[in-house]
Each structure stands twice: as structure tokens, then as C-alpha cells.
Ligand binder design. Structure first.
Ligand SMILES: Nc1ncnc2c1ncn2[C@@H]1O[C@H](COP(=O)(O)OP(=O)(O)OP(=O)(O)O)[C@@H](O)[C@H]1O
Ligand SMILES: [Mg+2]
Length: 245
């Protein structure tokens, strides 16, 4: 991985959905570069193309024009199988719906993607337990999703997204199903992973309080990127860091 190069480069990306005789241009000449270690928020009205951006730039969905490079590889120049493999190796996902497997415990949910890419069971279990600990769920590893709060379930999905040490985590409205206290906890965790570990994260949100917490905020309208700002974010200062006297 060459960290001088942007991790992700999207150039002139176009996406058109055709439903019967209606064509919707969901992404229109979209250009975006994301560097290693960035936390990028994506905002914009409903229907402006935020989810489409995430799906197309991660290669979950195809594109109708342009080019997307992730970690030096042209996503749409590779075969479907190679793209799936590349995605499993370099990307983690967190969605609004937690998408956890109900009959699996927290640790089984987190280790599953590792097992699918061939990680040895013992190593997968160790990493899953580490990640659950990292997201503050060391005491819930045997719980099933129905036995956890919404915020805890979303932290399991974050542990799952991170377990394979992805280059980039894509999150689409990760706090959309949570009350504001839980949403704050999940946002704190994502900010911390970005600040402390340099995890690259692209985060779709419609919540302007969340938008205010990210160092870089892009805005979309009608499938186009209409604003791209770097902003000062206030990091909560721990009491011990305050100067005394
Ligand atoms: N599978 C699909 N088939 C046809 N049209 C689609 C499909 N998915 C999205 N669209 C259309 O593409 C446009 C962009 O949709 P998208 O889901 O990316 O918006 P969004 O910004 O994520 O909105 P929201 O904030 O409501 O989640 C919309 O006009 C939508 O109706
Ligand atoms: Mg959406």
C-alpha cells in the first residue's frame, strides 16, 4: 500500500438506473479522491445519490461510466470474482440495518467474514474477540443480537467491519436506527477509530450534528458533488488534559 497515493480515486463516475421507460441519473460525473486516514462525511437530500455513491465506489454495484480505483486497483477492470475478493480484503461495511445473523453470537458474527476469506478458526476467534473488546463489548461476546441493545448491535457490526483490517470502512447511515445517546456512542467509536488508528472511513449521514463532527464533509445534490469542505472539529478534551491552575 503506497500511502502517498490517495486510497480511493473516482473519476467521472456515472450511474444510471433504468426502471421501465424511466432513467434516473443517480451519479453524474462524480469525482472524488479519499486519502489514507481520512474520515469523510457524505450529506445531501434524500435521493441525491449518497447510497449509490457508496455502492458504486465500493464496487457493490456497477457503474455506467468513469473509473474507480481503490488501493491502486481499477475496480471495474477486474472480473466479478476478483472484485469480490478485493472487496473482502480491503473494505468493511456498516449499514443502517445491522444485518447480523440472529442465531449467531456476537463473536460468531464478527468472525464469520474472516472464516469466509480463509482465516484459520483459532486466529479468526482471537481477532473477533480483540475487535469486540476494542468496541467495548468484551462482556457481550456470547450474546445473540436479540439479547443486545441497538447501539451494542451496531458496535458488533463495526467490529465485524474492522476485523479483516480493511483499508476503508463504508458506513451508510450507521446511526439511523439508534436513539441519540446510542448514536453518539457509535459516532464516538468511529471518530476514535479514525483518530487513534488512522482508519479511513466514508460515512453517509443525514444528521447535521454528525456532519459537524467529521474533518471533511462532502455534499451531494442530484447525483453531483456540490461541496467539499475541510472543517475544524472539536475533540472532547479529557479532564486530565486540562491545565491546572
Ligand atoms: N435500485 C434502484 N433502481 C432504480 N432507481 C434507484 C435505485 N436505487 C436508487 N435509485 C434512484 O437513484 C437516486 C439516488 O438514490 P440513493 O438511494 O442513492 O439516494 P440517497 O441519497 O441515498 O437517499 P436517502 O437519503 O433517501 O437514503 C434516487 O432518485 C433513487 O430513486
Ligand atoms: Mg441512502
Amino acid at each position: 500500500m503506497n500511502s502517498d497515493q490517495p486510497l480511493l480515486v473516482a473519476t467521472g463516475v456515472r450511474k444510471v438506473y433504468r426502471t421501465g421507460s424511466v432513467a434516473v441519473v443517480a451519479l453524474d460525473d462524480l469525482n472524488l479522491a479519499v486519502r489514507h486516514g481520512e474520515l469523510v462525511g457524505v450529506m445531501g437530500p434524500s435521493g441525491s445519490g449518497k447510497t449509490t455513491l457508496l455502492n458504486c465506489l465500493s464496487g457493490l454495484d456497477g457503474i455506467d461510466g468513469g473509473r474507480v480505483e481503490v488501493d491502486g486497483h481499477d475496480l471495474f477492470a477486474m472480473s466479478d470474482a476478483a472484485r469480490t475478493e478485493h472487496r473482502a480484503r480491503t473494505m468493511g461495511f456498516v449499514f443502517q440495518a445491522f444485518n447480523l445473523i440472529p442465531v449467531f453470537s456476537a463473536v460468531e458474527n464478527v468472525e464469520l467474514p474472516l472464516l469466509l476469506v480463509g482465516t484459520r478458526p483459532r486466529e479468526a476467534r482471537r481477532r473477533a474477540l480483540d475487535m469486540l473488546d476494542r468496541v467495548g463489548l468484551g462482556h457481550r461476546v456470547e450474546h445473540r443480537p436479540s439479547e443486545m441493545s441497538g447501539g451494542e448491535q451496531q458496535r458488533v457490526t463495526i467490529a465485524r467491519a474492522l476485523a479483516g483490517r480493511p483499508a476503508v470502512v463504508w458506513a451508510d447511515e450507521p446511526t439511523g436506527n439508534l436513539d441519540s445517546a446510542m448514536a453518539d456512542q457509535v459516532m464516538d467509536l468511529l471518530c476514535e477509530l479514525n483518530q487513534d488508528e488512522g482508519q479511513t472511513i466514508v460515512l453517509v449521514t443525514h444528521d447535521s450534528a454528525i456532519g459537524a463532527r467529521v474533518p471533511r464533509l462532502i455534499r451531494m445534490r442530484d447525483g453531483r458533488l456540490v461541496e467539499d469542505v475541510h472543517q475544524a472539529v472539536t475533540t472532547p478534551v479529557a479532564i486530565r488534559d486540562l491545565p491546572l491552575g
